[in-house]
Design a protein around this ligand. Structure first.
Ligand code: MF3
Ligand code: CO
Ligand code: CO
Length: 267
């Protein structure tokens, strides 16, 4: 299956789905505090997506080959959890870091974005990891333009993270997105410049680096979903859905509350 190129009408649909996705994260921000459970955050998102946005939370019952259906509407990955953490009844504690990953389907189109939240007051190390991972995502985004290659994105993210002593998770990657949650291509967060697929206007994919404070190795928990660092070091992730335009990129998962791009991305 080749990489789909979205038409102008498709892109209109993806912009709407992307904005709704980002607005779920905006809505959630004030609720992420010590004592709140991730089950509560999941319910807030589910109700907002279904009843306010009249949309569908893509994770709920999502079942790729070899997986049991995902039981919740968002992913909440805390501290040494890398991704796909399942909301539960344990309260968040002061100093936890949590990735909240939201995917909304509107009129058949998917938006996919995640942000890190620091619960209460985080340690210097935790804040540094979250900020560095945000910048790493943007190091990849700014590479997006026609004629660039997927390897350029991966290389930019990898060199940025590794030169500061952090490691990149290899087993999970960004992905094409559109009418399906996960489409071609795979967007690796490591690699060599000038390699892999050449970017063309109309491609839409996510960039979603998972970066560990310690070693890059991971393992899956017995729930069949949650991924954790093997050495139990902290892990962070940020995700945007990005369109290749005629001249560069457009981030589709934007709303009033989207964290502003770093200075190196320009205004
Ligand atoms: N949102 C994740 C991604 O960025 C995928 C989560 S799959 C789920 O690709 F089933 F766990 F929700
Ligand atoms: Co994604
Ligand atoms: Co996601």
């Amino acid at each position: 299956m080749p990489i789909s190129l979205k038409t102008a009408a498709d892109i209109d649909g993806m912009r709407i789905a992307g904005r709704l996705t980002s607005e779920v994260l905006d809505m959630l921000a004030e609720h992420v505090k010590p004592g709140v459970t991730t089950d509560h955050l999941d319910k807030l998102c589910h109700d907002h997506i279904v009843h306010v946005q009249k949309a569908i939370p893509a994770p709920l019952n999502y079942a790729p080959p070899g997986y049991t259906p995902y039981p919740k509407s968002i992913c909440t990955s805390i501290n040494h959890q890398v991704c796909h953490g399942i909301p539960n009844d344990r309260p968040l504690k002061n100093g936890d870091i949590v990735n909240i990953d939201v995917t909304v389907i509107k009129d058949g189109w998917h938006g996919d974005s995640s942000r890190m939240f620091v619960v209460g007051e985080g340690s210097i190390a935790a804040n540094r990891l979250c900020n560095l991972t945000f910048e790493a995502m943007w190091k990849g985004i700014v590479k997006v333009k026609p004629g660039a290659r997927l390897g350029d994105i991966g290389h930019a993210i990898q060199t940025f993270a590794e030169t500061q002593g952090f490691s990149i998770v290899r087993e999970f990657c960004g992905h094409g997105i559109g009418r399906k949650f996960h489409e071609e291509p795979q967007v690796l967060h490591y690699g060599r410049p000038g390699t892999l697929e050449e970017l063309q206007p109309g491609m839409i994919f996510t960039i979603e680096p998972m970066i560990n404070a310690g070693r890059r190795e991971i393992r899956e928990l017995g729930d069949g979903w949650t991924i954790v660092t093997k050495d139990r070091s902290l892990s962070a992730q940020w995700e945007h859905t990005v369109l290749v335009t005629d001249t560069g990129y457009e981030v589709l998962t934007v709303s009033d509350g989207t964290p502003k791009p770093p200075a190196f991305a320009g205004a």
